[in-house]
Design a protein around this ligand. Structure first.
Ligand code: ZN
Length: 228
């Protein structure tokens, strides 16, 4: 099977997720859209610390296995991943993890929706909490779908976080941003509460998306015409 570079990149991201403490045991999953539209995904039931290229599973857009080593099946959250690609043609990768501080917000039902930190205002805008869904069921994709139109990062109620990107690195960086933003906000809450940026300055930050060539969606910014 080809796609060695993509498989190495998925493994690299999985190892980073584990090292950062975003996943315990077999938590978390990663998928990447290949040039022919099929997907390379992480298998179910394996720690992200032990993922190696040959353990990855190649599936079609309905979740059917095209190629996998014996005993390896796609992630149990594959329906959530499939829905990301179905909803958004511009999505090339999706990543799900339980970064502890961001997940703390999801567990406390506190959305990360303050426009209080410059980087996040420009890159993600608000990070909402999508309604509760039982893992591996159709409830999860149905819960996230309406949010994908305007968001590249969401919290999953009482569960974790999901990010999407044009590339795997985009999706991975967005998860880093979500977790760091959550940590900064938690600190701000302890110091008397975050203070939002003025509307005028928020608009200027969002306009920077064009300057930096940021892809994807943002709740306060009309996406580029090329992003379908
Ligand atoms: Zn999960």
């Amino acid at each position: 099977m080809a796609y060695e570079k993509i498989k190495d990149e998925i493994c690299d991201v999985c190892h980073k997720m584990w090292q950062l403490g975003w996943v315990a045991a077999n938590d978390g999953n990663v998928s990447v859209k290949l040039p022919d539209g099929t997907l390379m995904v992480t298998p179910t039931g394996i720690s992200k610390s032990f993922i190696t290229p040959e353990k990855l599973v190649h599936i079609d857009r309905d979740g059917k296995i095209l190629e996998a080593e014996e005993g390896y099946r796609p992630s149990s959250e594959i329906k959530m991943h499939l829905r990301c690609y179905k909803e958004r043609e511009d999505v090339g990768a999706a990543l799900h993890a339980h970064p502890p501080t961001a997940t703390g917000f999801a567990v406390a039902h506190v959305p990360l929706d303050r426009y209080d930190m410059i980087e996040t205002v420009a890159t993600l805008g608000s990070i909402p909490i999508t309604p509760y869904g039982t893992p591996s069921t159709q409830e999860v994709p149905d819960a996230i779908a309406p949010y994908l139109a305007e968001h590249d990062a969401v919290l999953l109620e009482n569960h974790g976080a999901l990010t999407v990107g044009a590339t795997l690195i985009d999706a991975y960086y967005r998860m880093e941003t979500v977790e760091l933003f959550a940590k900064i906000n938690l600190t701000a809450y302890m110091l008397g509460g975050p203070k939002e940026i003025s509307r005028e300055n928020i608009d200027k930050l969002i306009e920077l998306r064009k300057y930096y060539g940021i892809t994807g969606r943002h709740p306060g910014y009309k996406h580029y015409a090329s992003d379908k």
